[in-house]
Design a protein around this ligand. Structure first.
Ligand code: F6R
Length: 259
């Protein structure tokens, strides 16, 4: 199963995961990072610039998980804009080496295949950051998504649109469709790092790591991955059955193992 790391708060999670990313980039300057958007990865992105100061990032590549369909890429809440603002600019990455699925309506029918090809051509993702939706989605793979799915267009659930309405003027402004890496795509990454914060995520986290592996809870797919790490704050960990064991295991983990 995934390794569960329970930390005090989101800032501590950001530090732990940013340390791991910095370690990866130092040892592998052409590392391929899988980038999530939304609120969850923000503490990781905030902690990264100081850790990567003086490190050559010119060969680092990045691939975003998903994008809204039909939203102008220049819209401040398009994931292209978010990744540029929160990752590319603060870290000084080469924008040409950071990809986001193309959500424009023109060519949307082959955008998924194009993205899959670009991921394969880049050699695959070394470390994939993931958030989790309150309905258990990862990427925008809503409940019912196939574990073999690849990058494609999906319809957002009403709940996800309501959850994301805080980034827009109203829920009606949240696009209805997205293009997202599939669960099969995500499972190809060499290391999955899923983060979750707050009581609102506790039920989904417990179901994902301790519940049955089921397409009804897409994040449970991480149980099939040989190297998955789940970093949660105390609130998001509050529904876990074996929380004390995870704390004990992490406290006694040899430092050389990293995450
Ligand atoms: C974002 C993504 C989604 C979010 C999830 C949680 O790229 O793929 O799975 O990670 O919706 O969103 P936040 O982090 O805003 O709670």
């Amino acid at each position: 199963m995934a390794e569960i790391v329970i930390v005090a708060d989101a800032a501590a999670a950001g530090a732990v995961v940013a340390d791991e990313i910095a370690r990866l980039v130092r040892s592998q300057p052409d590392a391929v990072l899988g980038l999530a958007t939304g609120s969850t990865p923000v503490p990781v992105y905030a902690a990264l610039p100081s850790r990567l100061a003086g490190v050559d990032v010119s060969r680092v590549r990045g691939f975003a998980l998903d994008e809204y369909v039909g939203l102008d890429p220049d819209h401040p809440e398009s994931y292209r804009s978010v990744i540029t603002r929160e990752v590319v600019e603060p870290l000084g990455l080469d924008p040409e080496r950071v990809s986001v699925p193309d959500g424009s309506l023109n060519g949307i029918e082959h955008a998924g295949d194009d993205y899959e090809r670009a991921l394969v051509d880049a050699g695959g993702v070394d470390l994939q950051l993931l958030g989790i939706g309150t309905d258990g989605h990862i990427g925008f793979n809503e409940p019912g998504s196939s574990f073999a799915s690849l990058t494609r267009v999906k319809t957002l659930t009403r709940q996800t649109r309501e959850d994301n309405a805080r980034f827009f003027d109203s829920v009606e402004d949240v696009p209805r469709h997205c293009i997202t890496q599939g669960l099969g795509t995500i499972l190809r990454a060499r290391h999955l790092v899923l983060l979750a914060f707050g009581k609102g995520k506790a039920e989904a986290v417990a179901a994902a790591v301790e519940g049955p592996v089921t397409a009804s809870l897409p994040a449970s797919a991480i149980q099939l991955h040989p190297h998955a790490t789940v970093v949660v704050d105390e609130a998001a960990a509050s529904d876990l059955r074996f929380g004390d064991y995870y704390r004990y295991t992490f406290a006694n983990k040899p430092a050389w193992q990293g995450l």
